[in-house]
Ligand binder design. Structure first.
Ligand code: ZN
Length: 448
């Protein structure tokens, strides 16, 4: 590595082609081993034990209903705090959800459950938010009484969030991490809508949202596929909150496949597959599945970078179903149908991404692709980010028709020129530290 740096210094500051090796950080690898399938299974079964976690279910009982469920989730976060030195700030994000004439018939107090792990660098305001939803439902979305186990949808996601909070709160990261169990998803994404709006109004720098909704099923109904080796990342291409000016820039630069969420999805694939063995991260180029929505979307609508992480195969006999037996077949989202080794793998994927971004410097600011002259090279400039100083930067390049980055150029200056025509490729820039932790990718804007 020393040789590489000297090479970099010897070359003129804006023409450097050396590439750093991809590093698997032992600290992240260690944290990954701590993610326990047994803990995940315990959490799913505990969440199922509340009989129903329907958003409008009982809040007074200590053992059943959404009140008991949220009390338990909060107590779990607090329990990790006792073991890990008390760094987590555990709270309810409470609000009154007004009636909507549809799935909420009268105003009701709803509570997201949150644990915040503050970043160790006070100048770095970025927050990484990971969530799942703890409410559940059966066939009738207004049925708040019957057994609604919601083991996969979405006790699996909440169990993942809890396990991430437990393992990650042993350490500190440059960024703040927020672990959130959302409420009201099945009634209309109300918990996420509330939190995303609050984050926007209060100026939180939400840098990335990972929404884990159904991450424990490996069986595909009808196709009869059984797959524990892949996962889907749903990401929107054109940002929901795109301005007119951004739309016209997108049209002129052909960057419709380079929105914030799409960049994040690419990053998740690269980082996840680096750290988690036997896992293929599939990039799905749409916001969500047909007839379905999720808690990442309210964050996208508020202009944040948000994606959905979800199993590759779905078993619709185990989603939103009354627990019943028909012709010998038992319908329902029960804990015996969750694959806990798979859930562990997807929780590890989250951890690898959160830790890698969380330890990385912030992305370079104001990157520009210099378009003031007709040339067959591409020149860039940018400003170093605030907070932790990067060791260097990667200029990323790919064919305009390619989904993934194909070449990387490592530079230590805040400008660079590469012998590839700006007319023929798409570009991104990311900051990287000496430990190989890369920031999210930013797309340079055309300029002088
Ligand atoms: Zn769900």
């Amino acid at each position: 590595m020393k040789l590489l740096y000297s090479l970099v210094l010897l070359l003129s500051f804006n023409t450097v082609y050396a590439q750093k090796a991809i590093i698997r950080d032992p600290l992240i690898a260690d944290l990954l081993t701590e993610v326990s399938a047994e803990n995940l299974e315990k959490s799913v079964k505990k969440l199922v034990s509340f009989h129903t976690r329907h958003t409008l279910s009982d809040t007074l009982s200590k053992t059943t209903g959404i009140g008991a469920a949220r009390t338990w989730i909060k107590a779990e976060f607090e329990r990790y705090n006792k073991d890990n030195g008390g760094k987590l700030q555990v709270l309810y994000d409470s609000f009154v959800q007004p009636a909507d004439g549809r799935r909420i018939l009268k105003p009701v107090v709803l509570k997201n459950v949150m644990a915040i792990l503050p970043g160790k660098d006070p100048t770095d305001k970025r927050m990484l938010l990971v969530c799942g939803h703890y409410d559940s439902r059966v066939t009738d979305v207004m049925n708040s009484k019957d057994f609604a186990p919601g083991a996969n949808d979405d006790a699996s996601g909440v169990a993942g969030v809890l396990e991430l909070a437990r393992v990650m709160s042993k350490k500190s990261f440059n960024t703040t991490l927020a672990f959130v169990a959302m409420v009201g998803e099945e009634q209309g994404l109300y918990g996420a809508k509330h939190l995303a709006k609050k984050a926007r109004e209060e100026g939180w720098d939400v840098h990335l949202v990972l929404n884990n909704d159904m991450i424990g099923n490996t069986y595909g109904m009808q196709t009869d596929l059984k797959d524990n080796g892949s996962v889907r990342i749903f990401s929107e291409g054109v940002p929901a909150a795109e301005t007119k000016e951004e739309a016209s820039l997108r049209q002129s630069t052909g960057s419709e496949n380079d929105g914030h969420a799409r960049q994040a999805a690419r990053y998740i694939k690269e980082t996840g597959e680096r750290y988690v063995d036997q896992l293929e991260v599939k990039l799905i180029y749409r916001r969500d599945r047909f007839l379905r929505g999720g808690d990442h979307t309210p964050f996208s609508e508020q202009g944040f970078t948000a994606v959905r992480i979800t199993e590759t195969n779905e078993d619709f006999n185990r989603q939103h179903q009354d627990i019943r037996t028909e012709q010998g077949f038992k319908f329902g989202d029960l804990p015996e149908h969750v694959d806990y080794a798979y859930l562990q793998k997807i929780t590890r994927l989250n951890l690898a991404v959160l830790a890698n971004v969380g330890l990385a410097p912030a992305p370079p600011t104001g990157p520009v692709l210099i378009t003031s002259g007709l040339t067959n090279k591409s020149a860039f400039k940018w400003t170093a980010p605030v907070g932790k100083a990067p060791a260097g930067y990667y200029i990323l390049l790919r064919e305009t028709s390619s989904p993934l980055w194909e070449k990387k150029f490592y530079v230590t200056a805040t400008s660079a020129e590469i012998p590839y025509s700006k007319d023929n490729y798409l570009f991104g820039i990311q900051a990287v530290d000496a430990g190989g932790h890369e920031s999210l990718v930013v797309v340079p804007r055309p300029g002088k």
